[in-house]
Design a protein around this ligand. Structure first.
Ligand SMILES: [Zn+2]
Length: 437
C-alpha cells in the first residue's frame, strides 16, 4: 500500500530545500488546503498539500502537491504518518480547537483522493506517545522532586535535537556595541545562536539586531535603531543596565537593547541567560509577523504576563547551563530575587489569586509583573516538565492563529486552564517554599 501511494504521486518533486515558512512538523490549514510539512511513509518522508473538495460528504481531499523530502532528513518527531492506507495527522489546529485526524486513501487514479475517516479533539502534547515515566497533570503532585531536573533536561535535549537544524539558516544575527561601551561578557553571539537554535521549530524574527550600550552611547544607539522609547527602555536617569526586546517592525526585524554598566559584571545571569531571555521575547511575537504592524501587540493581547516573563526566564536559564547544578543554583537565586512588597504570602491560595489577577495587557507595569521572574518561571518549569520545553511556545503559535490563551492552553496540554490552575498553584507553592529564604 505504501508503494501504491508513492506510485500515485504523479506530480512528485524532489525537494532541494524545506519550505522556508514551515518550521514545525505539525500540519496546518491554509484556506481550503491542509499542508502536511512532514509525512513519514516507511523510510521515506514527503511533504503534501491536500485540498478540500467542496461539498464532499464525507469530507474528501485531493492531493495537489507532493514533494519527496527524504534527502533533506527532516526530523519526524510528532510528524504525520502513512500506514495501512491511512494518513494520520496527529495535530491539526484551527482558530479554536485542535484535532487528531485520520484520512483514508480511497483512490490513486487519476487523482489521489483521501476521505476523512476520523477526527477527534486532541492536544499537542499527545501527538506522540508518552513514556511510562512521563510527568502529567494527574501525577505531578507526587513528582515534585523530579520537576526541575526533568524540565532542565528537556531544554538541553531540545538544544541537542535542534543542533543541526537547517530551519534557522536564514535568520540574520547582528550584534553591535556602542563606541565607548566596554563589554564584560564576550559570549553574547553564541548565546543568541543558542536561543535561535532553541526555537528552531517555531516562527522567529527574520533578523535580530542586538544593541549593547552604556549611558553615553545612547545617542549612538538611536542612530542604529530610531525608536527613542525602546533605546531608553534599559536605562535610568544615569545608567543603562536593563534589557528589552521584541519585534517592533511590521516586516519581522527583531531588536534587543542591552544596557551595559560595569557594576553588573558579577551577575552570572548576564552571561547567557539574559541573552536567551531577551531573544525569546522576540520569538514570542513572531507568530504575529504579517498579522500586526507591531507583532508584540498581538502577543501582549493574548498572553498573561507570568507566561511572557516566565517562559523567557525559564528557557534563558535552563538553556544556558549545561550542568544541572548550575541551572538549579541560578534558578534558586532568581526565585529569591525580584521581591514584590505587596506580595509576601506564597501559599497555593495566593498563587491562584496571582494567576487570576494576571490579565493580558493590563498586567503590564503592575507590581506583580515582577513575579513573572519567580512564580512565572516556576510555572513554565512545571509546564516544560509535563509538555516539553517547546510547549509554552506552542501556546503563542496557536495564539497567532487566533486562539485565546485559554483555548491555546487546553489545545496544547489537553486540560483546561481552569482545571490546571489549582494543580499548578499547589505545585508551585511547594517548589517555591523549597528554595525561598
Ligand atoms: Zn523579560
Amino acid at each position: 500500500m505504501m508503494k501504491q501511494l508513492v506510485l500515485a504521486f504523479s506530480i512528485i518533486l524532489v525537494a532541494r530545500m524545506l519550505a522556508a515558512n514551515e518550521t514545525s512538523n505539525d500540519a496546518y490549514l491554509e484556506n481550503d488546503v491542509v499542508k502536511i510539512p512532514v509525512l513519514s511513509v516507511g523510510e521515506s518522508v514527503y511533504r503534501l498539500d491536500l485540498q478540500l473538495l467542496p461539498n464532499s460528504n464525507p469530507v474528501q481531499l485531493k492531493m495537489i502537491s507532493a514533494q519527496d523530502v527524504t534527502e533533506l532528513k527532516p526530523s519526524t518527531a510528532g510528524a504525520s504518518t502513512f500506514a495501512n492506507n491511512i494518513v494520520t495527522i496527529p495535530f491539526l489546529a484551527n482558530a479554536k480547537a485542535s484535532y487528531r485526524v485520520e484520512l483514508e486513501l480511497i483512490s490513486t487514479n487519476p487523482e489521489v483522493i483521501l476521505e476523512l475517516k476520523d477526527a477527534r479533539i486532541s492536544a499537542w502534547i499527545n501527538r506522540k506517545a508518552l513514556g511510562e515515566d512521563a510527568i502529567t497533570f494527574a501525577n505531578v503532585r507526587s513528582r515534585l522532586a523530579d520537576l526541575p531536573d526533568i524540565a532542565w533536561e528537556n531544554t538541553q535535549n531540545l538544544l541537542e535535537a535542534n543542533k543541526d537544524s537547517s530551519k534557522t539558516a536564514g535568520i540574520v544575527l547582528k550584534i553591535l556595541k556602542g563606541p565607548t561601551t566596554q563589554l564584560y561578557y564576550d559570549g553574547s553571539e553564541s548565546s543568541f545562536e543558542k536561543a535561535i537554535n532553541l526555537w528552531a521549530n517555531f516562527s522567529q524574527p527574520r533578523e535580530y539586531l542586538a544593541l549593547f550600550y552604556n549611558f553615553s552611547d545612547k545617542a549612538w544607539a538611536l542612530t542604529q535603531f530610531d525608536l527613542p522609547g525602546l533605546i531608553d527602555a534599559p536605562c535610568t536617569q544615569s545608567e543603562c543596565t536593563g534589557g528589552n526586546s521584541g519585534i517592533p517592525t511590521a516586516d519581522g526585524l527583531g531588536v534587543g537593547v542591552f544596557g551595559i554598566s560595569q557594576k553588573d559584571s558579577t551577575d552570572t545571569y548576564r552571561y547567557g541567560p539574559l541573552q536567551i531571555h531577551e531573544y525569546t521575547h522576540a520569538a514570542q511575537c513572531a507568530p504575529w509577523i504579517g498579522l500586526n504592524n507591531n507583532p508584540c501587540d498581538g502577543q501582549q493581547s493574548m498572553s498573561p504576563c507570568w507566561l511572557t516573563e516566565g517562559q523567557a526566564h525559564f528557557l534563558g536559564i535552563s538553556g544556558s547551563f549545561p550542568s544541572f547544578g548550575d541551572y538549579k543554583e541560578n534558578r534558586d537565586r532568581q526565585v529569591n530575587s525580584h521581591p514584590v512588597e505587596s506580595f509576601q504570602d506564597f501559599s497555593a491560595e495566593k498563587i491562584m489569586q496571582f494567576y487570576n489577577d494576571d490579565i493580558p495587557r493590563t498586567c503590564i507595569g503592575k507590581p506583580n509583573y515582577r513575579l513573572g521572574y519567580t512564580l512565572g518561571m516556576l510555572t513554565v518549569e512545571v509546564l516544560s516538565a509535563i509538555g516539553g520545553s517547546e510547549s509554552t511556545m506552542k501556546i503563542y503559535e496557536l495564539g497567532g492563529m487566533g486562539q485565546t490563551f485559554e483555548e491555546a492552553f487546553i489545545n496544547v496540554y489537553g486540560i483546561s486552564w481552569t482545571e490546571a490552575k489549582p494543580i499548578l498553584a499547589d505545585v508551585i507553592a511547594s517548589l517555591h517554599a523549597d528554595v525561598y529564604m
